[in-house]
Design a protein around this ligand. Structure first.
Ligand code: FES
Length: 253
């Protein structure tokens, strides 16, 4: 794409505006959306984890509180979400997609392709402050266990008081765990586990097939990341509204 350069000047030339050939949307829109959505979600998560002692309503259990660890210290019940919240938090914060989103949106490093950023030092990658990004593959192992527990919760929600039950909460929990699975099993670290370090795919058919399956999810990893974040948010909000009796209890829920 042609960019007009100013004639030579002793003054540092201003960066010319370059249009993104893949989108007609303004380049501030995506970073703004990321900052607003992630910040609101973080505030909501802090409210839920700190101020609700559990996340259960009938057969429904919030993903913020699963698995349930009930611990009381000196008679004070510790909110069950305290033991859980850090696992998905570290997993998402170190996710390859969220790193890009955070760098672009919160740090403007850079804000978008072909947009000049404020002058900074050399990019340090996964060193110094960002060495904790290397935790990602380890949190993946823990999150896999957590997703297995959430599948159990979603299936268990079909039983209420010993009888079959299907309500809006059951459907939301099911959709949520499907989306979380799509996000988790499309992880770049998992893709590397499946197919990395191989010189000969045909010698390892099982790993090659697994790698192809992970790749299908991985191609849309950013979409899975957002959708699963909103489904976690949605299912939890639904349970909180029931707990707080904002939503009336009925056969449908
Ligand atoms: Fe996003 Fe692993 S890279 S979850």
């Amino acid at each position: 794409m042609a960019v007009t350069q100013p004639a030579s000047s002793p003054v540092e030339p201003r960066a010319a505006t370059v249009r993104n050939p893949y989108s007609v949307l303004p380049n501030w829109l995506y970073p703004t959306f990321v900052v607003v959505a992630l910040s609101l979600f973080a505030l909501y998560a802090a409210w839920v984890v700190l101020f609700f002692k559990d996340g259960r309503f009938g057969p429904y259990l919030s993903p913020f509180n699963s698995p349930e660890f009930r611990v009381a210290i000196a008679g004070f019940a510790i909110p069950t979400g305290i033991w859980i919240f850090w696992i998905p938090l570290v997993f998402r914060f170190t996710c390859y997609y969220y790193r890009k989103a955070i760098f672009r949106s919160y740090l403007w490093h850079p804000r978008s392709c072909a947009v000049q950023e404020p002058s900074r030092g050399t990019y340090q990658g996964e060193t110094r402050l960002f060495v904790f990004d290397n935790l990602h593959r380890f949190t993946f192992y823990i999150v896999v266990l957590q997703v297995a527990v959430l599948w159990y919760d979603a299936i268990a929600a079909f039983i209420s008081n010993g009888a079959f039950h299907f309500g809006l909460g059951t459907a939301l929990m099911l959709v949520n765990v499907v989306c979380l699975s799509g996000y988790t099993f499309g992880c770049h670290a998992f893709r590397h586990l499946a197919g990395g370090g191989l010189d000969c795919f045909s010698c390892h058919r099982a790993r090659y097939r697994l790698w192809k399956g992970v790749t299908v999810l991985n191609i849309r990893h950013d979409r899975w990341a957002w959708v699963s974040m909103f489904t976690v948010w949605g299912v939890d909000l639904y349970i909180r509204l029931l707990q707080l009796e904002v939503l009336p209890r009925g056969a449908w829920n």
